[in-house]
Design a protein around this ligand. Structure first.
Ligand code: HEM
Length: 351
């Protein structure tokens, strides 16, 4: 009977406390689920959703601990850059897949970021102003979404820069690197072009070489005018013949000493009909017939000046040739005017 009475008394007291519980008991009962919130306003709001989210998933306790440790600095200094960097890395690891950031980053992340930030800011503001009871109950369900987007945007932002950065850098680097070898190859091209220029064909690619080679073809043209001399008529043979005074290079049947030759007399020595060819140069008259077979430019070229002055032709073709040195022994006389001859004849008649 005593045990029955004690049980009835306990049941009565229990029913009394259940029916009329003290006010202090009622608060903890409603706050029991969100225990961490009453500690701090901002940190508790941000941490609470993450914990609940992972708790709902339930499989990864270590990740929750890491997020909590990192999320606390991030929540404390949300504007500071350091917490932002820490959060993205952990979230990527927590998600455990690199495919999500690569595919999801651009579109869903910015939307989540805005939503998450706004929701978090609103909740924080509520936490500061309003009491911890009602906001704490509403917060847990919503913060789960913002917590994930925050981590993903930060991670995506950190991941996004790398892809664009490598894209521009490799392209310009690769292009210039590939171009120099091409230029070097093109630079290797000139040798063949130079060979082509040596062949004499004017190429548009090698203008400088052509310009430099331009004079050479002119000289070749002059050389082309050179004739093949008969054996025994080389310049050395002429020098040997000119050195012998007995050869009478001035001409046969001429009086000793220099003659006074008028232009009319000169014209009569044209080199045809058995007559020697005379020409004048710098006021002196030369018999060029003995030199004709020795002339490198040919007999015909030399006789172009027969019976007249050859100074202009000579200077146009080979001004460097020593005329007197070659035809010194062929000197006939000096060129005088017709009036001078008439006065001399008149003076001779007076005598
Ligand atoms: C009407 C007068 C003359 C004409 C048209 C004439 C024309 C030529 C021509 C076309 C050549 C070949 C061109 C060349 O080798 O580059 C030549 C070469 C030559 N002529 Fe004449 N010539 C004339 C008078 C003379 C006279 C009077 C002499 C001697 C005093 C002379 C001595 C030479 C010599 C030495 C060469 C060789 C030049 C060389 O190898 O560079 N020429 N001449």
């Amino acid at each position: 009977m005593g045990w029955v009475g004690a049980g009835v008394a306990i049941a009565t007291t229990a029913y009394f406390f259940y029916r009329y519980p003290p006010r202090s008991w009622a608060e903890p009962h409603s706050l029991a689920p969100p225990e961490p919130k009453p500690e701090t306003p901002l940190a508790a709001t941000s941490d609470a959703p993450v914990q609940e989210k992972h708790d709902s998933r339930g499989p990864t306790p270590p990740i929750d601990s890491e997020e909590d440790t990192q999320s606390t600095p991030k929540a404390s200094a949300s504007s500071a850059p350091l917490p932002v960097f820490a959060v993205p890395e952990l979230n990527l690891e927590s998600e455990g897949s690199t495919y999500q950031p690569a595919t999801m980053p651009s579109i869903p992340q910015p939307t989540n970021e805005v939503n998450g930030q706004s929701s978090l800011e609103d909740r924080r503001y509520e936490g500061h102003t309003s009491s911890s009871k009602s906001p704490s109950l509403a917060a847990p369900s919503q913060p789960k979404q913002p917590a994930v987007p925050r981590s993903t945007p930060a991670s995506s932002s950190s991941l996004m820069p790398p892809p664009p950065a490598p894209r521009p850098t490799p392209q310009p680097n690769r292009d210039p690197r590939l171009q120099p070898p091409r230029l070097s190859g093109s630079s290797l091209g000139p040798p063949p072009s130079a060979a082509a220029s040596q062949r004499g064909a004017p190429m548009s690619g090698v203008r400088q070489v052509n310009s430099t080679l331009a004079p050479t073809p002119v000289s070749l043209k002059k050389a082309s005018k050179r004739v093949v001399l008969e054996p025994g008529f080389s310049p050395l043979d002429w020098a040997a013949r000119a050195a012998n005074p007995n050869n009478q290079l001035r001409g046969k049947d001429l009086p000793p000493g220099l003659l006074r030759v008028t232009p009319s007399m000169l014209r009569q020595q044209h080199g045809r009909k058995g007559r020697d060819a005379w020409t004048s140069y710098n006021g002196k008259v030369y018999n060029i017939s003995p030199y004709a077979p020795y002339h490198p430019g040919g007999k015909g070229e030399l006789l172009r000046g027969a019976g007249k002055d050859s100074g202009q032709l000579f200077m146009e073709i080979h001004p460097w040739v020593n005329w007197d040195g070659i035809l010194g022994e062929c000197l006939v006389g000096i060129l005088v005017s017709e009036n001078d001859i008439q006065t001399e004849n008149a003076l001779d008649a007076m005598d």
